[in-house]
Design a protein around this ligand. Structure first.
Ligand code: 2M8
Length: 490
């Protein structure tokens, strides 16, 4: 894929205020706005997605944020990734949230107490109290992960689920923008941890047995409330009193109609409790866990991570071939298992029923980021992107769900609105396959959206209004990347 292919390039000189000289006045203002947000969301050790809604560190957010910081503050970009990987579990999983000990339980739900349950705190190193990542349940004891709290602060606890692995892409982007001895040292520190993350996903999460990873919770996809999960969620028996036992906080911070319904939220908690109460073990998930789905977006990003690791391996003196082979295999498996010639796109597979979810969701377009995706699938995805369903246009980037679906919802989280991280991935994927004009349309539309509406978490796909949290980190970060590198190396 384009951004894992070549060493550093300078796309232009930087002015005294840190703004690239090639930017016009409006884009320079956009650049300054984005850097201000990232500075305000920096805690000293990591960047939060949003000061209001998400006051801890999130896994795939950190990957996207590092791609933006690569252009303005590479030291902070490396620190952000380190901060996340310091909380990696001994079995290789990278938790989807690493909690900030300075933030109270009241400020985010579900917080550390929820993820710990009765068994005590959950986290790496000193914080784990020997469970469950401390080699309970037969997980391999990889002790290379530095204990949380090594920076002098208290141990940082974590959730027990994961998110899509975009961190190798982030690490390679930082290195490509600013190579050198110190950057190579950072890669040397990260490489075994990134490999362990991939191994965890390739082995413990190969629940279907074919070689694709299964997610154990919709939150692991990153597209939390997508219609992709509706069928599998409908089969989850809801613990009736779960929302009486646990109070939501998200819909006190932003409007309820922009967030998941109570019914969906009750199912999210039920699934998380099932995994937690099983000690976060992945052995024998099939018979005992209510939600097991192979997501095309998650697995495509796993493949892209292998390609980034191939590049990193060349720098750190490891074998790149093994990573390229894994990316090729993931690409083949995606086509064989998740592509539907009838809809012309990819669909999540419910491992429990063997059924592919029929909804047309944007994660079904993300395999475009894989350079070895066959021409038939590429042409098909491009046709879907250009159709009324997703309708890329100069006016609006790609929505998260089929615009023509009866239950398309322009407000609700991942069920219609436009997200900048997804459009950024589609932009890169289109370029990878030589669709430069269409890629340029996505890029221009995304920049116009942020210029007109602000750096929101997501956007109304009709009137472009910003929704969710303002001053959102990955929107700011990826805006920087779009501005800095309009023509990334192929
Ligand atoms: C959203 O997810 C969190 C749970 O992880 C939430 O709703 O509380 C999602 O958009 C997810 O993709 C994102 O990483 C997270 C933080 O930005 O927020």
């Amino acid at each position: 894929m384009s951004f894992v292919a070549k060493p550093a390039r300078n796309t232009g000189s930087i002015g005294p205020d840190g703004v690239p000289d090639q930017l016009g006045e409006a884009d320079a203002a956009l650049w300054r706005g984005a850097t201000t947000i990232l500075a305000a969301n920096w805690t000293g050790t990591h960047t939060v997605p949003s000061r209001t809604l998400y006051p801890h560190q999130w896994s795939w957010d950190a990957g996207f944020i590092s791609i933006g910081l690569a252009h303005t503050a590479p030291d902070r970009a490396w620190r952000d990734l380190r901060s996340l990987f310091e909380a990696q579990w001994p079995d290789g999983r990278v938790p989807h949230i690493v909690f900030d000990p300075g933030v109270t339980e009241r400020d985010y739900f579900p917080g550390p107490t929820f993820w710990a349950g009765e068994g005590g705190p959950v986290g790496s190193g000193r914080g784990n109290g020997g469970r469950p990542n401390g080699n309970a349940g037969g997980t391999p004891d990889r002790t290379f992960s530095a204990p949380a709290g090594t920076n002098g602060g208290p141990a940082r606890l974590s959730s027990g689920i994961v998110q899509p692995p975009v961190h190798a892409l982030g690490a390679w982007t930082i290195y490509r923008r600013a190579p050198g001895h110190a950057a190579a040292e950072e890669l040397r520190w990260l490489y075994p941890r990134l490999v362990a993350q991939q191994e965890y996903l390739a082995t413990a999460r190969d629940v279907g047995g074919a070689g694709l990873s299964a997610i154990v919770h919709p939150w692991e996809s990153g597209l939390d409330n997508s219609p992709s999960w509706d069928e599998a969620l409908a089969a989850v028996p809801v613990t009736p009193d779960v929302l009486r036992r646990y109070a939501r906080r998200d819909n006190q911070v932003v409007a309820s109609k922009h967030r998941p319904t109570d019914e969906d939220y009750a199912r999210y908690l039920t699934i998380a409790l099932s995994y937690r109460d099983g000690g976060y073990r992945d052995a024998d998930l099939g018979p005992r866990h209510p939600f097991l789905v192979e997501c095309p977006g998650f697995n495509a990003l796993r493949g892209a991570a292998e390609l980034a690791l191939a590049r990193i391996a060349e720098v750190v003196g490891a074998d790149p071939a093994v990573h390229r082979a894994r990316a090729a295999s993931i690409t083949r498996l995606l086509v064989d298992r998740l592509f539907d010639p009838e809809t012309g796109m990819f669909h999540p597979l419910d491992v429990r029923t063997g059924r592919r979810n029929p909804a047309r969701c944007v994660n079904g377009l993300l395999p475009l980021i894989l350079p070895e995706l066959p021409a038939v699938q590429v042409a098909s995805l491009v046709a879907v992107l250009e159709s009324d369903r997703f309708g890329v246009s100069a006016r609006m980037p790609v929505p998260s769900y089929d615009r023509t679906a009866a239950d398309f919802d322009p407000f609700r989280y991942w069920r219609g609105p436009v997200w900048s991280n997804i459009n950024w991935l589609l932009w890169r994927g289109l370029r990878t396959h030589g669709q430069v004009e269409l890629a340029g349309t996505v890029r221009a539309a995304l920049l116009d959206l942020v210029r007109g509406s602000g750096y929101y978490e997501y956007f109304h796909p009709g009137n472009a209004a910003g929704i969710g949290s303002p001053a959102f980190s990955w929107t700011a970060a990826l805006t920087l990347d779009l501005l800095a590198d309009p023509d990334p190396p192929a």
